[in-house]
Structure formats: structure tokens, C-alpha cells
Design a protein around this ligand. Structure first.
Ligand code: DOR
Ligand code: ZN
Length: 373
């Protein structure tokens, strides 16, 4: 009889940084395809960002539109962020959006949906307003080239507001956050799988398909980031699952335009479980950084019944048609080795995956802190 792979059961993952792209002009993903990729990747909750191309989540109407679509088509619970930029002039909308949102996202640097760099001072009014409206709901920072000390000392320092620094690509940022934490400020920092499993060298061969904001790091820094994650100086892993169609990436490649972002949520946990197998990170850190801590940042907790059983089989990410679930149809992790296929997944009382197959759905919109998933 063939030997069955070992299985492990761990708490489901929570991803506080995804882009489901619906509704928007970006057709690489839908709530349905993105949440399916998340479910099959071991996640029980994903938090959707606000920079939907052409339809940023800047109004109550757009928030409700997104929520209606989540109810209709998501496989798993989803929370959404409110967006506000200096040019969005939506201070009259934010009070209506705050109760329906899990946090606020601020884009200080150039990326999909934002074409300029801002200074921390440009956002102070927005952050102050958010602090009044939703004192316990985090401010998520896409830093760009703005001064990190200045951002943190205003949001986490002066306002005392929980602040999360998204997708670090440099150990210096981790050091700044560490210093702020030692002063007792409520600040955390996350890293994306592409910033630890890929390097800036990949841009030479993969072109636009390896471009995102912030960009891939030099190999010495990716190794340091992995170490900082393993040691707990980096609090969480966030996928920044940011799908673009292959056609859009090719378009940017041929015009030297910019099309920042990569998909990949279905492989986050398997890449980490392989890193565990290679002795680079402990299981305890993986669970803390992908489940307990991200849930804490957005103020949620996991039921003991929200868990995933992984069959610990090794595999190679080699067939995009077979293995990629994201609607984008491609992955930046092609050729990499990974460990783990989801055998069973439950969210609270509901079984969503049994024997590796999807058997249920749990669409739910999470808006309130204290919710148990
Ligand atoms: O590379 C990125 N892509 N970084 C971001 O912050 C946004 C994302 C997107 O929405 O495409
Ligand atoms: Zn993002």
C-alpha cells in the first residue's frame, strides 16, 4: 500500500492584505476566484484593499456594492478597507464607511491606483479624522518614499492609533518599527512572500512579471527579512495578492509602462511549510505570523474550530493551468518547491473542504472588532 503523507492540523490563516479587484477595470480576478484561491490556500479570512482600479473604495455606495458581491460570491469571510487619499475628497463619506470597514488604507507611494508620492504631512488630516471615527480600527500604510519615522510618530505616537506598515522590503524599516515598539507604540510590520522567496535578480529574467511596489529586494536583504520573520521582529506575512492579467503585464513590458503587483495567495502557506522543512522558520512562527497575529491586528479572533488539515506532500509549482486558482492564471512562484495540500478546512461550524474538495461556502462580511471567525 502506498504510504499516505503525514498530515498536520493548524489554525486557518488570515490574510490582511489582498486585492480582489471587484468591482474594477482590472479583470484579472473576481471575489469568487480570489476567495476560492484563498480557501484552497488555507485561509479563513481575507481583507480586501481599497485601490480598485477605476473604482476605488472611497464611498459608502462602493463599499456596499463590494459587500453585496461578497455576499453573493465569496467562498470565505471577507473584510474590506476604506480608502482615502488627499485627492479623493471623501471626508463626508468616511463616517459612513468606517462602521462597515475593518481599517483604513493609505497609499503614500506610487502603485496601482496611485500615481504619486506623498509625505506623511499630506495624510495627517485623513488620519486624524479616521482616529476620531474608528479609534480601534487600524491604519494600514503603503509607505512609498515617505519618512517612516514621521508616519509612525504621528499615527501610532501622537494619535496612539494602531498602525500597520505593509509589505516591508528592507531590514531598516523593521529596525524603525522595532524601536517604536520598544517605546510602547502600537505598530506592526508585515512582509510578503515575494519579498522573502524572490529577489531583485528575478526582474532581469521575468521583467514586468516580477515587478511590484515595493520592489523585490536584493538577495542579502531577502535573507535578512526571512530571518527577521523567523525571529518575530517582522510580525506577519501578508500576501499582497495583487493580480494583473498576463496581457497587462506584457503590455507594460512592451511599453516600459508600470503594472505593479503579483498574485500568489494559494502558495503562501505551502512555501512557508517548505521553509519550515528546511529549518528556516518554526511551525509556531508560521502559525503566529499567518493566523494569530494578523487576526489580532484587525481585532478579530479565531474559533478553535477554524482550522485546516494539511497533507504534507512535497510538490513543485510547475503547471499554472493545473495549480493556479487565481483568475489571473499565473504565479510568480513558478518552479519553486512547496509542501502541503489542504485536505480539510472548517470555518467555525462549517466544513468548507473535505478530502481536498470544496464542499461548502461561508460568505460573510466582517466589519466589527471582536468578531470570532
Ligand atoms: O505591487 C503592488 N500592487 N503593490 C501595491 O501596493 C498595490 C498592488 C496592486 O493593487 O496592484
Ligand atoms: Zn497591496
Amino acid at each position: 500500500m502506498p504510504k499516505l503523507p503525514e498530515t498536520i492540523t493548524i489554525p486557518s490563516a488570515v490574510d490582511i492584505h489582498v486585492h480582489l479587484r471587484e468591482p474594477s477595470t482590472n479583470k484579472a480576478e473576481t471575489i469568487e476566484s480570489g476567495s476560492k484561491a484563498a480557501l484552497l490556500g488555507g485561509f479563513a479570512l481575507i481583507c480586501d484593499m481599497s485601490n480598485n482600479p477605476g473604482r476605488p473604495t472611497w464611498t459608502l455606495r462602493r463599499t456596499m456594492d463590494k459587500h453585496n458581491r461578497i455576499w453573493r460570491t465569496s467562498y470565505i469571510p471577507v473584510a474590506t478597507y476604506a480608502g482615502s487619499q488627499p485627492e479623493s475628497n471623501n471626508e463626508r463619506e468616511l463616517p459612513k464607511m468606517a462602521p462597515l470597514s475593518i481599517g483604513l488604507k493609505s497609499y503614500l507611494g506610487e502603485t496601482t491606483g496611485n500615481s504619486r508620492e506623498y509625505a506623511a504631512a499630506d495624510f495627517k488630516d485623513i488620519w486624524q479624522l479616521w482616529d476620531l471615527l474608528a479609534p480601534e480600527k487600524p491604519i494600514m500604510i503603503h509607505r512609498g518614499s515617505a519618512d517612516l519615522d514621521e508616519i509612525i510618530s504621528f499615527t501610532a505616537g501622537e494619535l496612539g492609533h494602531r498602525t500597520h506598515i505593509c509589505h516591508t522590503n528592507h531590514p531598516d524599516e523593521v529596525e524603525i518599527v522595532h524601536r517604536a515598539k520598544r517605546e510602547g507604540l502600537p505598530v506592526t510590520i508585515g512582509v510578503c512572500p515575494h519579498h522573502i522567496f524572490k529577489t531583485s535578480h528575478d526582474v532581469l529574467t521575468e521583467g514586468e512579471f516580477a515587478k511590484m511596489q515595493p520592489p523585490l529586494a536584493h538577495q542579502t536583504d531577502t535573507e535578512k527579512l526571512m530571518h527577521l520573520l523567523a525571529e518575530g521582529y517582522i510580525d506577519i506575512v501578508e500576501s499582497d495578492h495583487a493580480p494583473h492579467t498576463k496581457a497587462k503585464k506584457w503590455g507594460a513590458e512592451h511599453t516600459s509602462g508600470s503594472c505593479y503587483g503579483v498574485p500568489g495567495i494559494e502558495f503562501v502557506i505551502p512555501l512557508l511549510l517548505r521553509a519550515e522543512k528546511k529549518g528556516r522558520i518554526s511551525r509556531e512562527r508560521i502559525v503566529n505570523a499567518t493566523s494569530t497575529m494578523p487576526a489580532y491586528i484587525v481585532g478579530l479572533s479565531l474559533s478553535p474550530y477554524t482550522k485546516v488539515t494539511w497533507a504534507m506532500e512535497e510538490f513543485r509549482i510547475e503547471d499554472e493551468q493545473e495549480q493556479v486558482i487565481s483568475g489571473s492564471g499565473w504565479t510568480p512562484y513558478l518552479g519553486m518547491l512547496a509542501v502541503g495540500k489542504v485536505q480539510r478546512a472548517t470555518v467555525k461550524d462549517k466544513e468548507l473542504i473535505c478530502d481536498g474538495l470544496i464542499v461548502g461556502e461561508k460568505p460573510q462580511i466582517v466589519t466589527r472588532r471582536g468578531t470570532i471567525i
